[in-house]
Design a binder for this molecule. Structure first.
Ligand SMILES: Cc1cc2nc3c(=O)[nH]c(=O)nc-3n(C[C@H](O)[C@H](O)[C@H](O)COP(=O)(O)OP(=O)(O)OC[C@H]3O[C@@H](n4cnc5c(N)ncnc54)[C@H](O)[C@@H]3O)c2cc1C
Length: 511
């Protein structure tokens, strides 16, 4: 059922079994999973169900006092990196998907604060369902599957040091459009639009959340009471709500060890090297997102096969060289800012290739590295002094990148350069001896991770292995904010897999 919160009687609390705050990828996944269950679900959405409203969107505005977030050379405002409308940020995401790797969940000695309390095997049962919800093809990320089933040639490199890794492209799935009708028609789901959660209400001396205060821009307030609550408002808004709900616990909820909002991670997109390759674009088609869009899978005519490859250091190579995760792709039409090469130019790379091989390069490409950044408690979301139209303190981001983050990107490229040379694929130019200056534009994926990190020990994380806030018995988080480390893969497939896992946990054990 669709309910306009502005038409509710403010004196009547809305009551249900489960209240989900935020109807984006994560919130909609949980609500749709529970359709038909013996559970009264209340799904709160800040925005409209169809149209993006500028005043609502402004509720998510905030300052970034840290490293500039850029995309295609322009500075991004915080508000533009997440949307307030049914479907959330999927209403303008790009759809690039890949699961996290096995080693992303492990404790890696060279990455402080790494190590999830769950393993990749814990998510494996949920990734296929997430593929379906995101309108992707089969849960296949080995290049062998794609080269066996499609006429796309062979990988250039797949050896002990460098692997060819696959991505899939969602159409892209817009959750507000795809799942609106299901939610509206579901007898056990009440979808409240124009419903802004402004406070999480906990009683003194209690470890249970009693209700959520919901405000509209028209000035009305209603209370939503439930047995269980899930915060699914995105990686900036989840910590903001926990921190701002400080009327009973002064540090906010989940923040007994001062961890809420800390460890904010993005995926730095770093154009950092130039390559001259001895292959044509046709021979490189496995690595071309643009060419690959045409292929159809006859077994699944409704889902066009959309996949393309990149290069990543293998787990063994990452461990031996102490690298963070990173994947390198070849953009066919570079539209990004110029690569950091320490002043070396494309001509010199081409000449190098020609001098060493006696052949002219066929393709010049700027390499794009999408990288993991190491968890860093100083990279964080806090509350600003400024308030939004509903009186809630705005979020303030202080995004930090460390030398380890940038050096790891450079060193990954060195591994790739070595293997390009060994396999006579081409030559890569990368500046090894100097880091880009601090104001070098580093793009982001609009991936907001780590701000309510998962850890078994409450002193190391905000949520436990079931995504429950350690110090609130009936409050859960569904968001990339729970990522302990980020890997290099785009997050949404894993967000949806985690949401499916949480929905099952709630349905079978809690509700
Ligand atoms: C331009 C762009 C491109 C992207 N491309 C990719 C990509 O290619 N691959 C990928 O994996 N990811 C991509 N992303 C990121 C992706 O969109 C997010 O990872 C994903 O949408 C996060 O899902 P979520 O449900 O956690 O949050 P969201 O989708 O942001 O949903 C959060 C919901 O909560 C609601 N909400 C917020 N605060 C409140 C409140 N106080 N009360 C009630 N409701 C509230 C919002 O209105 C929203 O509907 C991209 C993002 C952008 C901006």
């Amino acid at each position: 059922m669709l309910i306009d919160t502005r038409e509710l009687d403010p004196s009547e609390p809305v009551r249900g079994d489960l209240c989900i705050v935020g109807a984006g990828a994560a919130g909609i996944t949980i609500a749709t999973e529970l359709i038909g269950a013996d559970t009264e679900v209340i799904l709160l959405e800040s925005g409209d169900s169809e149209v993006l409203d500028p005043e609502t969107q402004d509720l998510g505005a905030g300052a970034n006092v840290g490293r500039t977030l850029t995309f295609l050379g322009s500075e991004l405002s915080l508000a533009s990196t997440h949307l307030r409308i049914l479907g959330g940020t999927t209403m303008h995401w790009n759809g690039v998907c890949r699961p996290l790797d096995v080693e992303d969940f492990e404790q890696r000695r060279w990455i402080p604060d790494s190590g999830w309390p769950i393993e990749r095997a814990d998510l494996d049962p949920y990734y296929p369902g997430a593929q379906e919800l995101l309108a992707l093809g089969p849960f296949e990320y080995d290049w062998q599957y794609w080269t066996e089933n499609y006429d796309i040639g062979q990988p250039l490199i797949h050896d002990d040091a460098v692997a060819t890794v696959m991505y899939q492209l969602s159409p892209p799935a817009r959750f507000g459009t795809l799942y609106r009708e299901d939610l509206v028609n579901a007898a056990n789901v009440r979808l409240l639009i124009w419903a802004n959660a402004t406070n999480l209400n906990i009683e003194p001396e209690s470890d249970r959340l009693a209700s959520v205060t919901v405000a509209t821009l028209e000035g009305d307030e209603v209370t939503v009471e439930a047995k269980v609550f899930v915060l699914a408002a995105g990686g900036i808004e989840v910590p903001r709500l926990l921190l701002a709900s400080n009327d009973v616990r002064r540090a906010g909820l989940g923040n007994q060890h001062d961890l809420v909002g800390r460890y904010f991670m993005e995926h730095p997109h770093v154009p950092i090297g130039l390559a001259s390759l001895g292959r044509s674009w046709r021979e490189l088609s496995l690595y071309s997102p643009l060419r690959y869009l045409e292929i159809d899978d006859p077994a699944q005519p409704q889902v066009p096969g959309r996949a393309y490859g990149g290069f990543a250091a293998t787990a063994a190579e990452r461990a031996s060289r102490e690298l963070l995760g990173a994947a390198v792709t070849l953009p066919e039409n570079p539209v990004h800012p110029p690569a950091w090469t320490g002043g070396l130019d494309q001509t010199s790379v081409g000449e190098l290739y020609e001098a060493e091989t006696g052949r002219r390069p066929q393709v010049d490409a700027q390499l794009m590295v999408r990288a993991e950044q190491a968890p860093n408690p100083e990279s964080r979301v806090t509350l600003s002094e400024e308030r939004d139209a509903l009186g809630l303190p705005r979020a303030q981001l202080d995004w930090r990148l460390s030398d380890q983050d940038i050096e790891s990107v450079q060193r990954t490229l060195v591994v790739l350069a070595e293997r390009f040379g060994v396999h006579q694929v081409g030559r890569v130019q990368v500046e090894q001896n100097a880091l880009p200056p601090a104001d070098w534009p580093i793009e982001v994926g609009n991936h907001h991770m780590g701000t309510t990190r998962m850890a078994a020990d409450p002193r190391r994380g905000v949520v436990d292995a079931n995504c429950r806030v350690h110090d609130v018995a009936n409050l859960y988080v569904a968001s990339s904010s729970v990522f302990t480390t980020s890997g290099y893969a785009n997050p949404t497939l894993t967000i949806v897999a985690l949401a499916l896992r949480l929905a099952e946990h709630l349905r079978t054990q809690i509700l």
